[in-house]
Design a binder for this molecule. Structure first.
Ligand code: NAD
Ligand code: DAU
Length: 336
């Protein structure tokens, strides 16, 4: 990998991945990001890489950027990523996650680049207790977000099979850690708790998630880029799940805040009950997660407690406040 283009590098996981690449000695790294509401230049503060502001759906721009920066590998993090937003406004998810990925694949085909897709465990759908998703499982996405990610996974595989494009894909589980946008549950609840606001738990809170530290996800992705087999898909996660109420217990203990902040509210439509991935295939490449879900949540929550300068401007922004009111006002009043 002589020149790496990280699309979506101003988002949560992309920014952590850019930092890892530089730590590991990859010096020719460029970022392309549209800077949607979820993308922040602050996520790359202190990092010296060229950042191009643009849309992955812009084929001419992509072609130019790849040539200008000597890119031989695209790692695609760029996406619309929040399930609740996909329920409220689904079209942009098809536009970016499906069409945008397709444009990147075409550019990679035209220029002969390696292509790595960042996918999600949500493509497998909700998983019964006792079962763990394998990379070969049939995809059963259930939200507009996960359906758009599954569609892009299929496009990636089709480019490998049809054109022999050098592709790999990772399917990560629920990430937590520095620089995550506040709409996601752990930073939302951590900052709510720090502000003394109620924590709106969807439904009974017994949904299960494999909360994974973003640093483990990033080392998993790099492992696949360096040692993964072309054309293959690899799950990435801690490989164990906890319920949302257990996640909350860790969060409140870490912040020394009371359980009385918990408020059960109307559930998310089509809420997937459980995700659970087998990570044996990635472990066979020599990778291992360093954080359990509980340790990952505690570390993430501590980061938000220690970095109010990072999240306070977002909480105070009119766009976030409008989102919060749309998503939670009726729920917190007991209406759905
Ligand atoms: P994020 O929402 O924090 O960041 C997404 C980034 O993509 C933002 O910087 C945004 O500006 C950029 N972007 C959006 N649309 C774009 C477009 N059309 N062109 C260029 N840039 C665009 O997301 P994240 O949590 O960092 O997720 C990154 C990737 O990882 C996504 O593909 C997501 O599906 C996947 N993923 C996320 C998780 C998780 O728990 N957050 C887990 C598994 C997989
Ligand atoms: O599993 C991987 C996925 O993890 C990624 O593909 C997605 O991009 C990422 O957003 C995340 O999806 P989730 O839907 O699992 O994450 P979220 O933080 O939105 O919710 C986590 C759990 O917490 C889920 O069961 C819903 C619940 N929740 C969430 C919010 C925002 C609540 O109970 N209340 C809330 O206010």
């Amino acid at each position: 990998m002589k020149g790496i283009l990280v699309t979506g590098g101003c988002g949560f996981i992309g920014a952590n991945f850019v930092r890892l690449l530089l730590e590991r000695g990859y010096s020719n790294v460029a970022v392309l990001d549209k800077l949607t509401y979820a993308g922040r230049l602050e996520n790359l503060s202190g990092v010296e890489v060229p950042v191009v502001i643009g849309d992955i759906g812009n084929l001419e721009l992509l072609r130019y950027v790849c040539r200008a920066h000597g890119i031989d590998t695209i790692v695609n993090f760029a996406a619309e990523t929040h399930v609740d937003q996909s329920i409220a406004s689904p079209f942009i998810f098809t536009e970016t996650n499906v069409r945008g990925t397709h444009v990147l694949l075409e550019v990679a085909r035209e220029l002969g680049l390696r292509f790595h897709q960042i996918s999600t465990d949500e493509v497998y759908g909700t998983i019964p207790l006792g079962q763990h998703s394998l990379e070969s499982d049939v995809l059963q996405p259930r939200s507009p977000y996960s359906a758009s990610k599954a569609a892009s996974d299929h496009l990636v595989q089709s480019y490998f099979v049809t054109y022999g494009l050098q592709t790999t894909t990772t399917r990560g589980s629920n990430n937590v850690g520095p620089y995550q946008f506040l709409e996601k549950v752990v930073p939302l609840f951590a900052t709510n708790a720090l502000l003394g606001l109620p924590l709106p738990v969807y439904g009974d809170g017994l949904q299960m998630r494999d909360y994974t530290h973003v640093s483990d996800h990033c080392t998993g992705i790099l492992t696949v880029l360096e040692r993964g087999a072309i054309g293959e898909i690899y799950n990435v996660g801690a490989g164990q799940e906890i319920t949302n109420l257990e996640m909350l217990e860790v969060l409140l203990q870490t912040l020394e805040k009371p359980c009385s902040l918990i408020r059960h509210v109307a559930d998310r439509a089509g809420h997937d009950r459980r995700y659970s991935v087998s990570v044996a295939k990635l472990e066979a490449l020599g990778w291992k997660a360093q954080f359990s879900p509980r340790d990952a949540v505690a570390a993430a929550v501590k980061w938000y407690a220690d970095h109010p300068d990072y999240w306070q401007p977002v909480r105070e922004s009119s766009s976030f406040q409008a989102y919060y009111a749309r998503q939670y006002a009726a729920r917190l009043e007991g209406k759905s």
